[in-house]
Design a protein around this ligand. Structure first.
Ligand code: HMG
Ligand code: MG
Length: 292
């Protein structure tokens, strides 16, 4: 383990939001058997990950890797202490998630017109209309709702994405009633000062760091540097994927997520509490690499 040298300017504890079973497996060419998916999630929970995104209730033709979502969820301890959120794009997805007994969902919007089209078959404006009844009905049913914004730092079709455009999209998702906003660098093009500027942009619009999470992809090796920059801006929730699995099948050049192991190593060295057993996590990722 790294020597612990605490930086008093950084937060004392961080929540790692594990996305391996969803963002990781959705981008693998292999379809992982149901039992192995359930075991993956159970092992991540046992390794101390405080929240593990389990799967997606999207159209099975769009993401065949996660098709048997209800069958998977039926095998999970939904009433346990670790929330196991699922992605839900529309009311059909919400119906399926409610039927399966899910207690935490995540909607996923885009900051750009092109990606809304490619990922959701919707316009940018249309996505909010699609999410509105989802969030309202989910909240009414007592579910927790997280919201992702994709393409926060750049878009493979549109190029650089202005900070105001990201803040506008994110604020609209929060206004619908989401409890937390996860800012996605879907294609991994962001760099450290850009991260700070985006967080400041949300702050100027009245969205504090306590409502934000950061979701980095490691395409250009920037994910950990960006996470450090976000820590310096007071962010305390980070998405990460065991073994660095992942990407997005609808975003050209989206490669692996920030590896949970790398994040845990850095946080440990900085003396920031995270609650994850690194050895158990590494064993889990090595085992999943074998499955794949
Ligand atoms: P669509 O084709 O426009 O759907 O897809 P539709 O509303 O026109 O419905 C067509 C048919 O699909 C209907 O069936 C619906 O019932 C069915 P039919 O009447 O023809 O028999 N349908 C569904 N079936 C099951 N589950 C559903 C569902 N919805 C409709 N939920 C849709 C629109 C949103 C469904 C589609 O675009 C979709 O599933 N997209 C998901 C794409 C996806 O999962 N992408 C990856 C996740 S996002 C990501 O990775 C980024 C993130 O990690 C953050 C970051 O890195 O930036 C989160
Ligand atoms: Mg992602």
């Amino acid at each position: 383990m790294p020597m612990v040298v605490r930086d008093p300017a950084l937060p004392e504890r961080v929540t790692i939001y594990e996305v391996g079973p969803r963002d990781g497996l959705q981008n693998e060419s292999a379809i992982v058997p149901l039992a192995a998916k359930a075991e993956f999630i159970a092992r991540l929970v046992a390794a101390g990950l405080p929240i593990v995104e389990a799967t997606s209730f999207v159209h099975p033709r769009w993401v065949p890797q996660l098709a048997a979502a209800a069958e998977l969820v039926a095998q999970l301890p939904l009433d346990g202490p670790t929330p196991l959120p699922v992605l839900v794009p529309n009311e059909r997805g919400l119906d399926r998630a409610l039927e399966a007994g899910c207690t935490h969902i995540a909607i996923f919007g885009s900051a750009t017109e092109t990606f809304a089209q490619k990922n959701l078959n919707s316009t940018l404006d249309g996505q909010f209309a699609m999410f509105e009844p989802v969030v309202a009905r989910a909240r009414e049913a007592g579910l927790d709702v997280r919201a992702y914004v994709s393409m926060c730092f750049g878009d493979p079709w549109e190029g650089a994405v202005p900070i105001e455009q990201v803040v506008a999209a994110g604020s609209r998702l929060l206004d619908l009633g989401a409890s937390q906003l996860s800012l996605g660098d879907t294609i991994g093009v962001g760099t450290a000062a850009h991260v700070g500027a985006l967080i400041d942009g949300f702050g100027a619009a009245g969205v504090g760091v306590e409502r934000l999470a950061m979701h980095f992809h490691d395409t250009y090796g920037q994910a950990l540097a960006n996470a450090h920059a976000a820590l310096r801006h007071g962010i305390t929730t980070f998405d990460a994927s065991a073994g660095g699995l992942g990407g997005c099948p609808y975003a050209e050049s989206a490669t692996g997520n920030l590896a949970t192991e790398d994040l845990v190593w850095m946080l440990t060295g900085l003396g920031i509490y995270h609650g994850v057993d690194l050895a158990a996590l590494v064993e889990t990722s090595v085992w999943m690499a074998g499955v794949l």
